[in-house]
Ligand binder design. Structure first.
Ligand code: GLC
Length: 570
C-alpha cells in the first residue's frame, strides 16, 4: 500500500481544504477496497524517462545547459521494446498469442484492419475511417488523425511501425500547408482532421488532400489532432526504441508549432484550454465548448509526451520551461475543480453564491439549482469522475469516457482519483457499459435541452451517436485504464460483452439506446477504429506491458505545487 499517497497535502485557503477533504474521502473509501484488489501492474519495466519529475527537469542543470543537445528528458536506453514484438510486415495474420487463447474474431479483425489501409505512392500511410460502401461516404473514406490512433497502436503492438512512421511524416507535411477557411488563415501549427489520397488518372499521379475543418460538417476545428499526433509520436518512439524520427528537426518544429497554439499568453484566467464546440471526437454541436474534459485531458497528455520527445536545446528549451509551468497549473486546476465525488457533490449542493475575492469557496459562482437531478442518483458512494466542463457559473456534470480514461493514462488523475473512476465504472456498469462498451457520455440530453444544446440535431437524438451512444472504439481506452489501475478483470468483462456482438454486427461505428442494444441509427459498418480498438484491447490484455506506449506514470513532484504558496496570500 505504500505506493499510494493516503494523505494529500493540499492546504491553500478554505476551498482547497475542501479539495483535500475530497481526496481524503477517496483515500478513506479506497483504503480497504484497495487491499482486496490486485495492485496496479508495473507497466514500465525500468524506471523510465516518464518518471523523471517536472520539477527535477525545470531546475535541472541539463535545462540550464542550452547547448547540450542530448539533454533530453528521456534516456534512450529506457525505451522498452516488448519482447514478444517482432517485425511482421507483410503478414496477414497477427502473431500467435502465446499462452493465450485467441478469439476467432481476432483474425477477422486483422483482415478487416488490413483492408482499411491507405497507400500513397506505394507506401502505407494510414487507415480509412470506414470500409462501408452501403452508406453515403461523406468523409468516412478519409484517414482521420484521431481514428488512426488505435490502428497505429495495433500496428506498433504487432511489430509493424512503418505505417505509423509514414503517417506521422505525411501529416507533418500537411501541417506545413497554408490553411485558409474563406479568407481566414489558420494557425501554423494546426494539424488536419483528416486527409485522403487523390489519384489523378490523367497524369497517373497521387497527391494528398487534407481537411483542416474547411470542409468538415459545421466547419469544426480539430483541436485534438495535434495532441494525438504528439501522443502517437511518443508511442512510436517508446515502442520502437528509435528516437531518430522524433529527433528530426521537422518533427521538433512540428511539436513546437502545435504547442505554441496552446501555450501563448492571453486573457485566460484558467490554465485549461478554451475551445469551440465540436473540436474533438464529439465533432458536432453537443455543448462541449468552453473547457471540455476530452481536450483538457489530451492537452495534459500531449504536454507530458512532448516533454519526453522534445530536445532541450535552443527553442526546445524555452518550450520545455513553458510546458513544465503549464503542467503544474493544469494538474492543480483539473484535480481540484473538475473532480466530483459524493463529498464534492454535497459541497456544491450546499454552496453559497456571490462570493467575492480570493477567499471564495464557490470560485466559479456555480448556482446549486443548476445541479441536474440525475447526478445525485448516478454518484455512487465509492467513486468519482472528472466532470465534462467547468467555467463561470457552469459545470457540465456529464460523464465522458475518453476524458476520464485519458486522465488515468496520463496521470492527470491522482492514483486515488484513478481508482475512484474505475470504482464508478464498476458501480454504474449498466449505465456505462450495458450491452456494448462504452458510452461516449452519460446521460443523454433530451427535449428542450436537446433543442437548445444540439440545435435540434437529428443525428444526436437522445441515446444516439454523440448523445449517450455507445462506441466500441472506446474499449481500448477502457482496457488501458483498467490495466494501469490494476483492474484487468473489468476490461475482460467489457471485452466479453463486445465479443458477443461486434463481429456479428459487422463492426458498427456506434450503438444506440440506454444500454447500447441497437446498432446506431446512422452508424457506419466496418468502422476501422471499432476494429482496431478491439484488437488493441486484446493485445494489451495479453501483454500488459504494451500499455506503456500510451500511459505515463504519475509525476510524484506534481504534488508539492498544491501546497500553500505564500505569494497567493498577499
Ligand atoms: C464522426 C466522429 C468522429 C470521427 C469520424 C470518423 O464524425 O464523430 O469522432 O473521427 O466520424 O470516424
Amino acid at each position: 500500500m505504500s505506493s499510494f499517497n493516503l494523505k494529500v497535502d493540499v492546504n491553500q485557503n478554505g476551498d482547497v481544504k475542501k479539495a483535500a477533504d475530497t481526496l481524503d474521502d477517496i483515500n478513506d473509501i479506497d483504503f480497504s477496497k484497495l487491499l482486496e484488489k490486485p495492485r496496479p501492474l508495473n507497466i514500465e519495466r525500468l524506471r523510465s524517462l516518464d518518471e523523471r519529475s517536472l520539477t527535477e527537469l525545470s531546475g535541472s542543470p541539463q535545462l540550464r545547459n542550452a547547448d547540450n543537445a542530448s539533454s533530453r528528458v528521456h534516456d534512450h536506453a529506457d525505451y522498452v521494446v516488448t519482447p514478444s514484438v517482432g517485425r511482421r510486415s507483410g503478414f496477414n495474420t497477427p502473431r500467435s498469442f502465446h499462452g493465450f487463447e485467441s478469439h476467432p474474431m481476432v483474425g477477422e479483425a486483422w483482415d478487416a484492419l488490413r483492408r482499411s489501409m491507405v497507400y500513397f505512392r506505394g507506401q502505407p500511410v494510414g487507415t480509412i475511417a470506414a470500409v462501408d460502401n452501403s452508406e453515403e461516404k461523406l468523409n468516412y473514406d478519409q484517414v482521420f488523425v484521431r481514428d488512426f490512433v488505435p490502428s497505429a497502436l495495433a500496428f506498433l503492438m504487432n511489430g509493424e511501425p512503418d505505417i505509423v512512421r509514414n503517417f506521422l511524416l505525411k501529416t507533418l507535411r500537411l501541417q506545413s500547408w497554408e490553411k485558409k477557411i474563406d479568407r481566414f488563415q489558420l494557425g501554423e501549427g494546426v494539424m488536419p482532421a483528416s486527409f485522403k489520397v487523390f489519384h489523378d488518372p490523367v497524369r497517373n499521379h497521387e497527391t494528398l488532400i487534407a481537411d483542416f475543418g474547411e470542409s468538415a460538417i459545421g466547419r469544426v476545428a480539430p483541436v485534438d489532432s495535434g495532441f494525438w499526433w504528439i501522443i502517437l509520436l511518443r508511442a512510436y518512439t517508446k515502442s520502437t526504441g528509435d528516437s531518430s524520427l522524433a529527433d528530426m528537426p521537422e518533427c521538433q518544429k512540428g511539436i513546437r508549432l502545435i504547442l505554441s497554439l496552446c501555450l501563448s499568453e492571453g486573457f485566460d484566467t484558467f490554465p485549461t484550454l478554451l475551445c469551440a464546440d465540436g473540436c474533438c471526437m464529439i465533432d458536432r454541436r453537443m455543448g462541449v465548448y468552453g473547457y471540455p474534459i476530452e481536450i483538457q485531458a489530451l492537452f495534459f497528455m500531449a504536454l507530458r509526451c512532448a516533454l519526453l520527445v522534445l530536445k532541450h536545446d535552443g527553442e526546445g528549451k524555452e518550450m520545455v520551461e513553458q510546458i513544465v509551468k503549464r503542467l503544474h497549473a493544469l494538474s492543480y486546476h483539473m484535480r481540484n475543480y473538475f473532480w466530483l465525488d459524493l463529498k464534492q457533490l454535497n459541497d456544491i449542493y450546499r454552496y453559497k453564491t456571490e462570493e467575492y475575492s480570493h477567499t471564495a469557496v464557490n470560485k466559479f459562482n456555480v448556482i446549486p439549482d443548476s445541479l441536474p437531478e440525475w447526478v445525485f442518483d448516478f454518484m455512487p458512494s465509492h467513486g468519482g469522475f472528472f466532470i465534462g466542463n467547468v467555467s463561470p457559473a457552469r459545470m457540465d456534470f456529464r460523464w465522458f469516457a475518453l476524458g476520464n480514461c485519458i486522465a488515468i493514462l496520463s496521470s492527470m488523475a491522482t492514483p486515488e482519483q484513478s481508482t475512484a473512476i474505475m470504482d464508478l465504472i464498476e458501480s454504474r456498469w449498466e449505465e456505462l457499459v450495458g450491452e456494448m462498451p462504452l458510452k461516449v457520455c452519460y446521460p443523454a440530453i433530451e427535449s428542450h435541452e436537446w433543442r437548445i444544446v444540439t440545435g435540434c440535431d437529428p443525428k444526436n437524438t437522445r441515446w444516439s451517436y454523440h448523445n449517450g451512444g455507445s462506441w466500441p472504439v472506446l474499449l481500448w481506452l477502457l482496457t488501458a485504464a483498467c490495466i494501469k489501475t490494476g483492474r484487468p478483470q473489468i476490461a475482460r468483462r467489457a471485452i466479453e460483452v463486445a465479443e458477443a456482438r461486434l463481429h456479428k454486427d459487422n463492426w458498427p461505428e456506434y450503438y444506440d439506446g440506454k444500454q447500447g442494444r441497437y446498432v446506431g441509427k446512422q452508424a457506419r459498418k466496418c468502422q476501422t477504429w471499432s476494429i482496431a480498438g478491439y484488437l488493441v484491447a486484446k493485445m494489451m490484455l495479453e501483454d500488459p506491458s504494451h500499455v506503456g506506449m500510451i500511459s505515463l506514470e504519475e509525476d510524484k513532484q506534481m504534488k508539492p505545487v498544491m501546497r500553500r504558496s505564500n505569494s497567493w496570500t498577499c
